[in-house]
Design a protein around this ligand. Sequence first.
Ligand code: ARG
Length: 594
Amino acid sequence: MAYKLRSLISNKIVQAIEGFPIGGRGLKPSTILPCVQVDSKSGGEPEFGVSLKALHHLGIFTDHDDSTRSLAHVGSSLVEKLETDTTIPAAYLCQGKTDITLKFKVDYSLLASEVISITNNKPKSFWQCSALINLLPHERVVVEFSSPNIAKPFHVGHLRSTILGNFVAGLHAALGHTVTRINYLGDWGTQFGLLKYGYDSQNLTESDLKEDAVKKLYKVYVWANRQAESDPSVADTARQIFNKMERGDPEALSTWELFRRVSVEDLHGIYHRLNVYFDEYHGESMYGSEKCCEIVKAMEEKGLLEALPDGRKIYETKHGQKVTIVKSDGSMMYLSRDIAGAIERHDKYDFTKMYYVVENGQSDHFTHLFRILEQLGYDWVQGLKHIKFGRVQGMSSRKGTAVFLQNLLDEAQEVMMDKQEDTQTTKDSARVSMGKVAERVAVSSIIVGDLKQRRQRDYIFSWEKALQSRGDTGVKLQYVHCRLVSLERNCGFKYDSEMPLTPALLTQPPAARLIRELARFDEVLLETYSELEPCVLVAYLFTLCGSVNKALKQLPVKSAPREVGEARLAMFVAARHTLAAGLNILGVQPLEEM
Ligand code: ARG
């Protein structure tokens, strides 16, 4: 936010540098723009700060090093040259331990009215008119996430991938990229032979899978696995059945199709509860032996494969590890399918970036994948990225050990319902909507509880903590959003974004602090984007909510003189839009009542 001021400051810096013996001539203001940041620590009225180290990294002061002494020297010459005016009345240096910040005082009225009017007049994607966000090139981005394995439970790793991937896709779409969301199902492999073996042995039919298909299939799978453990011939039979599938045997394939169909229907239910959707469902089954043959040929031509006497074809990694690409019976591997998949997706989507949102544990797999593609000569491999994340402990069902996501969601919803009943006298008519609200709050808590962690860190999930209304939880964010909605509904007059605003009525410290937080939103989005770390945005939303709560307490709307109330309401409406925008980007649907 604060689009004009940020640009004005960048222009002034460029002007000061021009014709000035510190290098960096011909510099564009847009290069400097991202360095111009709202000073998040200033106590009084908001200021902007520019790190001299960051300017140095742009190669501006070519004839100086980045020691603080040298920076101080350049900084004071810069300050001397900077022209101030009523909009930017002062520039001064502020010395830190390892850096020096060039600070700018700005016309607070201009800042406040700009932040509020831009936010409230373009509520859907107001941050997109920010000069900062406009600097981003528009790209075609593929995000592959969730990607559970059919016939096995949807575990917490898949839940994290779903939440994180949904955020990555949402953030890119919000910033104006064209995004394709792909769910790459683990719907192929020997486990389907085993599953069909179990299904046939138990004489099951489609009607047995009418309800709770995934749980039932999982039971069958577990049973078949046990059989295979005690009797090696079962594993052989399973392999033969899968081989039939690979060869396109109609009977074997029609059972496989049934498994896939009922599982995907079940998944749809889960994704609906989480408010997550996909543009396409792909799966490993799309890359059977025939499709992979071409890449095997290409790899052989480049000398990347070694044929072993037992019939396997293997690839040697950078560190001398040998990974199988083709098994001795000619069937393909997880890695082989991913190579074929990446090439096909590039042909189809012509992406500039493709993200694989998959747990840390598969790092080696993606390192191998990217290296092979590079050796095959695909330069677009530069745009591929494995978005890794750590493990979660403690997110197992409280009632049992099998982690079915449905159960997790049901339990979280129950806990929320209990809490609501404790705090409200509930009318019967309100019960149904309470259930829905409880579910949305529960889902928000799970999402926020997850996204507030640094992506790659392992963490311990606690239901107690996640569902609290105090502390940094999804419940709190929703609660503050509801308070803002209720303020608008109950303050006694209607907000009109066309009405002129009197920023001079918003100078009390809690207002200045809130305006400062609102002005930071686009910076925060940019930082979240460049690191793909949702915790940056989550931390910001908590700080924002802290400022909102303080302001709500100290700056009444209804009881204030009308003109003051109107200015405050305008500010609170801007806060609501910003909070809602942030929540939506995280994949959380903001609630109006709870
Ligand atoms: N289905 C896999 C699993 O659960 C994750 C798939 C990740 N994506 C990929 N393109 N390999 O382990």
